[in-house]
Design a protein around this ligand. Sequence first.
Ligand SMILES: NC(=O)c1ccc[n+]([C@@H]2O[C@H](COP(=O)([O-])OP(=O)(O)OC[C@H]3O[C@@H](n4cnc5c(N)ncnc54)[C@H](O)[C@@H]3O)[C@@H](O)[C@H]2O)c1
Length: 395
Amino acid sequence: MKIAMLGTGFIARFYADSLVAHRRSDILYSVYGRSADKAKQFAADYKLSHYSTSMKDVINHPEVDVVVISLPNDLHLDAVKACAAAGKHVLCTKPLGRTAAEAKQMLDAVEAAGIMGGYLEDLCYNPKFLKSLASVKAGALGRILWAKSREAHPGPHSNWFWNKEQSGGGAIVDLGCHCIEIARNFIGKDIRPVEVMCWAATQVHPIDAEDNAIGMVKYANGAIGQFEVSWCFRGGMDLRDEVMGTEGTIWLNNFLRTGFDMFSTGKGGGYVAEKAESSSGWLFPVGDEVNELGYNHMFTDMFEAIEAKREPAETFYDGYVVNAIIDAAYASAKSGVWEPVKLDDWRGSTDTKIASEFAVYDEQYYLIKEEILPHGDKKLILKDKITGEVIVRDL
Ligand SMILES: NC(=O)c1ccc[n+]([C@@H]2O[C@H](COP(=O)([O-])OP(=O)(O)OC[C@H]3O[C@@H](n4cnc5c(N)ncnc54)[C@H](O)[C@@H]3O)[C@@H](O)[C@H]2O)c1
């Protein structure tokens, strides 16, 4: 397939690094940039055949099969509409929209046009995440009770992120979109997100939006997704996930502690890793950022999905659900109470039963707890199924 890139900035270059790596068979063909110089430079750096300052010319170019949107959040909708009008498959970076209403228009546009809408949620494709998700799906953790994801760094690199009108909000819409979709994958995409409780504040920066937030997303089966996001965190980019199930636990550290520690006096300087704040002292570089952040696996899934006429793992529908959860988070941060997740279009399970199964010890008792104490004694804590009495039994 021949690919067009819209945008020449930070994420466009990360995507391009992935798209031109590893002798990929899909070719990055064209780029749109509003500045001719930057578009020309991007085309030269990645050896593209074509560039233009007209978005429409790039999307409608007869050689282009699929378009990647790497533009600020307020430009996603128009770009998706232009792809739908041209009948070109479209892959859009996160967040899909600034609001669920915007995301829904994008979803409707690609579905009406019969093109694929891939949601470029890279952190749901990184190698540690994919392996964790496979373990969760195989039942290694039992029933998932809680999934937490944290993304925190000292704040984004371009002015438009800090403008609430252009970005749609602060750390919640920018970083929370990743965390929400990570937790949603672990809990199960089929399970309906029901309501959200969120605290948000502007603690450090002179902006209208929030630069720090914590939220809880309640799911129909009783599971809880938790997101922690910050544009105030000092020390690099903190990307961590935790999953807790009835049979196990996963802890993931995707960036600051990948097993690669380096000390430098600062001689040489330069780039260490995304959002790293220093190039001296003890440093935590990341071996292959493009791969560790999930871009390679993400694009492979996207292009294979187009070819096989199947859905990719992350679709525009997923982007819409994430935006609806974010809308509820903003409503809750304002009202101070749980707010409903408003989904006009829900395609998952309608089961609202809270999942709970108790471990059975024998015919009379449930097993609450079994423990070996420091001196070697073994204790069982049991609950009578009929009387409700809780007893201890020494073994
Ligand atoms: N991990 C990720 O998935 C990830 C990381 C960073 C950014 N993003 C997303 O990528 C998108 C772009 O972010 P970025 O970090 O590359 O930003 P950026 O500011 O580095 O780049 C934005 C690009 O859009 C262009 N642009 C800006 N305003 C424009 C306008 N009015 N008309 C036409 N072009 C315009 C800029 O010239 C630049 O080429 C955002 O939606 C952001 O949320 C995703």
